[in-house]
Design a protein. Structure first.
Length: 196
């Protein structure tokens, strides 16, 4: 658990602890946004908000969970705002990009992509990517970022029972997808699950 260390300006220890969590936050941001540039922007906004609100951080509490909560709230706000925004595009530019064979490739040189590329089985990556967002976020925060159920509930702003349900359903969906790809018949009740 990271706590604020005393310093002359009151910021240095807090920032040292917060910056030590940057790689994990970036990995989660890439998972949420599925775009390296958008993930970097999301992490930058998360740190900006954390610095501005550092006086509200309770020393002795879990800094990691606090930062993940800020990250997820910022992401949710961006998605909500983007849904309301009008989409403007230059059709000539889009047509030229499609004709040139560049339909909008995302930069694949992220830490997350390197990790996933190191996994020998491409089916695992496909199964994780195919999970609905709510399940993917819960499974990722639990199994990769190792947050507790309560920390995930706080970060996603849902009840702890919902977190447990999403993790369970997400894992079942992963298992079903992987066993189906391997040619096995998935166990009853592991095929599909609704979102909660």
């Amino acid at each position: 658990m990271f706590t604020r260390r005393p310093s002359a300006d009151g910021v240095t220890g807090f920032m040292d602890d917060a910056l030590a969590l940057m790689n994990g936050l970036y990995g989660t941001a890439v998972r949420l946004t599925r775009d390296g540039d958008a993930a970097r922007d999301l992490v930058q906004d998360t740190y900006l908000k954390a610095i501005r609100a550092r006086d509200r951080f309770q020393p002795g509490t879990n800094l990691k969970a606090w930062l993940y909560t800020i990250l997820h709230n910022t992401w949710r706000n961006r998605r909500r705002d983007a849904a309301r925004a009008r989409v403007a595009f230059d059709s000539a530019t889009v047509d030229a990009a499609v004709d040139a064979g560049r339909p909008g490739v995302v930069d694949a040189s992220t830490p997350e992509s390197a990790l996933l590329q190191s996994v020998a089985n491409a089916d695992v990556k496909a199964a994780v990517d195919a999970l609905p967002d709510v399940f993917r976020a819960a499974v990722w925060l639990r199994d990769v970022e190792d947050l507790s159920y309560q920390e995930i509930a706080d970060a996603l702003d849902v009840p702890i029972g919902t977190v447990m349900s999403r993790i369970s359903r997400g894992r079942k969906l992963l298992h079903a997808a992987l066993t189906t790809r391997a040619g096995e018949t998935p166990a009853p009740g592991t095929g599909t699950a609704g979102t909660r």
